[in-house]
Design a protein around this ligand. Sequence first.
Ligand code: HEC
Length: 132
Amino acid sequence: MKKLLYPMFAIAIAFSTIIVSCSKDNEQDIVDNNPPPGGGGNNCDTANMQYTRDVLPIIQGNCYSCHGNGNVSGGVSLGNYTGVKTQADNGNLLHVINHDAGYPAMPQGGSKLSDCNINKIRSWINHGALNN
Ligand code: HEC
């Protein structure tokens, strides 16, 4: 019996970890990915935004649970640059994170991105949504 208990315990832990991490993903990541810029204050540097350095971490942290890693909620994939670029170019990306009327507010069921993160994505889009 003792021999069986440990593996069963391990499996139970593994499953609950998966479930907890999935359900907590959004909440946790939104917090992690919205640190106060510059350790506080209201300054938000949106100059020279780069896809890999600035935009991708925001998308990964807040959108991948439904639109990345093979997830395509609403038929939308943000799992690679091409997918993000498509939504940037058709305007949906900015509309959904701005919570504009007529668009499903994203991240769905989570809190709105910080103004700083929205401004970073907007700036990146305004400069051509480059794969940089
Ligand atoms: C909890 C799951 C979930 C998360 C997290 C999430 N989405 Fe979505 N997203 C959906 C679903 C479901 C739909 C389809 C909703 C609909 O059509 O009403 C959708 C639709 C979209 C669309 C298409 C909107 C349209 O009008 O066609 C875009 C763009 C989008 N999401 C971007 C994002 C972005 C950017 C993030 C992160 C900031 C994000 N989503 C986070 C579930 C999610």
